[in-house]
Design a protein around this ligand. Structure first.
Ligand code: PHE
Length: 461
């Protein structure tokens, strides 16, 4: 039986869904921290240049593969060149692992919405001398239940389908996220003392332009734009043939970058006012331990905290949906299962991996796995750390590298340009520059990332 392939109902819907994938925890809890770690304005400037110069061209390459083949990421590579089916496999494997921990983290966010909405543990969560968050993730069962609730929400949306599930949800959540974020920015920049944080993030210090800033910005860009793992292949495969791919990719990159910068405007001033410059951090520890203390330290902070965790939830949900969808598209197309069955088939092993991720941070800290990099050799690390290193430091850069080399040298930029131009309908202005970037510049830059992560054992996340 031939099933009609899903499509986005509108161009705006596609852009919001793809931006929903791109805008995630990376924008809200990593970007402001990186601005802090890499010297303020210089990092922001570097980041914008890298998104425009590398991130955007790679995204366009991914979208073009998807739209040309109208297939899931593995099917897409197989169709273009059978020998490179494994490149799609790198993507699906990466996504599968990311989904397993993204849902646990999504569960933490839901828990904190509950903390702020009910007010029940607000004081305890905000008290730096109490280990509220550490105690929570050390519990064996509770984090798993929150994670399962988050996963069920994703499943619900994905099973509903591309346009009536993902697109509809994104059209509500993305504008809502934007408004909530604006509200946070307004509160943050009008606080007495906000000037200090703003001056820090807007001052460009020449000495901050260095290798570390550059590599920090590069790693952030790939993760944040959701490129290098086939999500954009999958989302691109639902784009109608007459859509203007360049315009869509520009909008997605611009929205993602704008949200990251706005998040910096919301977070940096409030941290500077309460904890000072040293208070700025990133990642889960920062969001769930430092920020609750920050939120307790300024007028309106409790409401600010509630709004913050709700917007974090929206950001995480739309990203997780894109990850799950890309895996589901693979299972349902390759094995001819319906969406529900595909999701169930995936969720079971995902849940097992999620449980490992969660339990490796709990009292059962014994779950360790080996990790290798060239500076340290083999080391045994907690499972959660290995999962994050595996995706962020190895698989995402490797996937991005393989995608670029494939489009640049195997399928060929000529074919890709043909697809991007919708067969001559929208002539591409900088097609030579784009081809040069995809063939030479982007692979080179990604190789540099791999040198830092695998060669020198440095983390990007
Ligand atoms: N881009 C998302 C973020 O910034 C993360 C993400 C990674 C989403 C991988 C999908 C796939 O947080």
């Amino acid at each position: 039986m031939h099933q009609k392939r899903s499509q986005w109902a509108s161009n705006v819907g596609f852009i919001l869904a793809a931006a929903g994938s791109a805008v995630g925890l990376g924008n809200i809890w990593k970007f402001p921290g990186k601005v802090g770690a890499y010297g303020g304005g210089a990092f922001i400037l570097c980041y914008i240049i890298i998104v425009a110069l590398i991130g955007f061209p790679v995204m366009l390459a991914e979208l073009s593969i998807g739209r040309r083949t109208q297939k899931n990421v593995i099917g897409a590579f197989r169709q273009l060149d059978k020998r490179f089916t494994f490149v799609g496999g790198i993507g699906v494997l990466t996504l599968f692992v990311i989904m397993s921990y993204y849902s646990i983290v999504g569960g933490w966010v839901m828990k904190y919405i509950w903390v702020y909405a009910s007010g029940a543990h607000f004081g305890a969560a905000a008290n730096p001398y109490q280990t509220y968050f550490a105690d929570f993730i050390a519990k064996p069962v509770e984090p798993l239940l929150w994670g399962a609730a988050f996963l069920l929400l994703c499943i619900y949306v994905v099973v509903k389908g591309v346009s009536s599930g993902i697109e509809r949800v994104s059209k509500v959540l993305m504008p809502a996220l934007f408004l909530l974020l604006l509200a946070c920015v307004i509160r943050a920049v009008t606080l007495p003392g906000a000037k200090e944080g703003l001056t820090f993030m807007l001052t460009i210090r020449p000495e901050s332009f260095n290798g570390n800033t550059l590599v920090g910005a590069l790693g952030q860009a790939f993760f944040s734009l959701s490129v290098g793992m086939g999500i954009m292949v999958t989302y691109g495969s639902y784009v109608p043939k007459d859509d203007h791919l360049v315009k869509s990719a520009v909008s997605i990159c611009a929205l993602d970058t704008m949200v990251a910068i706005l998040a910096a405007f919301a977070i940096i001033p409030v941290v500077f006012v309460t904890l000072g410059a040293e208070g700025l951090g990133m990642g889960g520890g920062f969001a769930f331990m430092a920020l609750p203390e920050v939120f307790a330290g300024f007028p309106g902070g409790k409401l600010f905290g509630l709004v913050f965790f709700i917007l974090l939830f929206f950001a995480a949900l739309t990203s997780a949906i894109s990850i799950l969808e890309s895996c589901v598209a693979f299972i349902s197309e390759e094995f001819h299962f319906n969406r529900l069955k595909s999701t169930i088939v995936l969720s079971v092993p995902m849940t097992v991996l999620s449980a490992g991720y969660s339990l490796s941070q709990s009292d059962a800290r014994g779950i360790k796995l080996p990790w290798f990099d060239f500076s340290q050799g083999f080391t045994m690390l907690p499972m959660n750390a290995v999962m994050e290193k595996f995706t962020d430091n190895l698989m995402i850069p490797l996937g991005a590298l393989a995608f670029c080399l494939f489009v640049g040298w195997v399928w060929g930029t000529k074919n890709a340009v043909e697809e991007i131009e919708s067969e001559g309908r929208y002539p591409m202005v900088m097609r030579r520059t784009w081809s040069f970037i995809v063939r030479f510049l982007a692979p080179l830059v990604i190789a540099v990332i791999l040198y830092f992560t695998l060669g020198r054992g440095e983390g990007l996340s």
